[in-house]
Design a protein around this ligand. Structure first.
Ligand SMILES: [Ca+2]
Length: 81
């Protein structure tokens, strides 16, 4: 018998790093803490945090999440397709 492929799919709300269903300043702060090396992210959190969609988590992502939380922007670059 061949092995049966097993896959898992992670669904996240982009920008919602802490997973409370909202994109708030707390999410931007979590990215800041991640960048400072204070906390680690799960795979899902990494996906949620990369709002620019460049495959990396940087201060640009923290800035965009903060702007979204404050209503300055209404979507994320990774959502523009
Ligand atoms: Ca959140």
């Amino acid at each position: 018998m061949p092995n049966t492929p097993c896959t898992r799919t992670v669904i996240v709300q982009v920008g919602d790093v802490d997973g409370d269903g909202l994109v708030t300043r707390a999410d931007a702060d979590m990215v800041g803490n991640y960048l400072a090396g204070n906390i680690k992210f799960t795979v899902g959190q990494q996906l949620a945090a990369d709002v620019t969609g460049d495959g990396k988590i940087s201060s640009k992502d923290a800035l965009k999440i903060a702007q979204y939380a404050e209503g300055i922007i209404t979507t994320f670059p990774v959502c523009d397709v």
